[in-house]
Design a binder for this molecule. Structure first.
Ligand code: SF4
Length: 349
């Protein structure tokens, strides 16, 4: 078994052993109290040092160039607007699940009687090594990939956990993601593509901050299989069945990432390039043009309105030309084409 397969196997075995045990339906008072006391100690806003450097959150290293410039411009405020209510509930559900998975992980050494393979690491001050307690901001000076000039910027990271892998004592970054798309959709997508690209970028960024070069990215579906098998149930359509061949579909999947120096260098190259755009914009007031690729990142952007009203006629014309070409070729109707088309329509509205 190679190391990645072994770590994934050990983690899932540990999680299944814990959640199937009758001992896990209540919490240990001392562990639970310590967990919430640690959380309490870290409630509050902690600003970054005022050093003028671009600071990337580890989970936010995939912003479009323009979005990053807006984000780092003090005069441009993120737009806050009302959302569809279920999305708020879904966000809250995801946060709550991660909190309780962390609390469960802290119970595993006791409940599994030392048979656990992954243990939450403990910091020198006795706190568990996750979230705000683990948060670090590290400054990098990295050459711009084209000019070779050194560019300074920072990455800040607060992981869902840093594990100690008990068989050999090594450290492993832990990120936990919930999925509300349903069991079948989650498994289908993970089977096809593996861990999401942005989640892999997150653990690469975290590896740079913490100096740990292995990570587990774990997904949990908020839809669970039917309590009892629904395979024979005539009231459940084939596409909605949550059991297969006598077993429930997996509601938890884990992916191992071995972070190489090349992966780190590629990310640093990209962050150095983007940081330069921010520093240049501070001097010139200019913002990067919108490209076709960027329109794929608009879904969660908090500067959509500002982006559109500040768009130049020349930039819009370029996008329109690109869209016309796409409409005539093999890209017609594909996701990229739909995104750029929707963006142009919104600008024109
Ligand atoms: S709206 Fe889209 S193109 Fe504009 S800044 Fe946001 S992500 Fe980038």
């Amino acid at each position: 078994m190679n190391r990645g397969i072994k770590l994934v196997h050990d983690f899932l075995t540990q999680m299944d052993a814990y959640y199937s045990s009758p001992d896990t339906s209540f919490y240990d008072n001392a562990i639970e109290r310590k967990f919430f006391e640690q959380k309490l100690r870290h409630i509050g806003f902690k600003p970054y040092p005022n050093d003028g450097l671009v600071t990337f959150g580890a989970s936010g290293t995939n912003l479009c160039d323009r979005q990053l410039v807006f984000k780092n411009d003090k005069a441009t405020r993120p737009e806050k607007s009302a959302d569809i209510p279920f999305r708020g509930r879904q966000r809250r559900q995801g946060t709550a699940i991660v909190d309780y998975v962390q609390l469960d992980l802290l119970h595993m050494p006791k409940r599994l009687k030392g048979a656990e393979s992954f243990r939450m690491a403990v910091r020198d001050n006795g706190e568990w090594d996750f979230e705000e307690a683990a948060q670090e901001r590290r400054v990098f000076s990295h050459p711009h990939p084209e000019t070779g000039e050194l560019v300074s910027f920072a990455i800040t990271a607060k992981p869902d956990g840093k594990f100690q892998y008990t068989p050999d004592g090594s450290r492993v970054i832990f990120e936990y993601k919930t999925k509300a798309s349903g069991l079948r959709a989650m498994n289908g997508k993970l089977d096809y593509k593996g861990a999401q690209d942005d989640h892999q970028r997150q653990v690469i960024a975290e590896s740079l901050v913490f100096g740990i070069n292995e990570a587990l990215i774990v997904y949990e579906s908020t839809q669970k299989p039917s309590w009892f098998s629904d395979e024979e149930s005539s009231s459940v359509t084939k596409g909605q069945k949550t059991w297969k061949e006598g077993a429930p579909l997996p509601d938890m999947r884990a992916f191992y990432v071995k972070i190489t120096e090349q992966m780190q260098r590629e990310l640093l190259d990209e962050l150095a390039r983007q940081s330069t755009l921010v520093y240049e914009s501070r001097e010139t007031g200019e913002v990067p043009d919108v490209s076709v690729e960027m329109t794929g990142k608009c879904g969660f952007c908090q500067f959509r309105g500002h982006c559109k009203i500040t768009m130049t006629d020349g930039n819009l014309t370029k996008l329109q030309r690109a869209e016309v070409q796409m409409a005539k070729g093999s890209m017609a109707g594909k996701q990229t084409h739909r995104q750029v088309k929707a963006f142009i329509e919104e600008v024109a509205a």
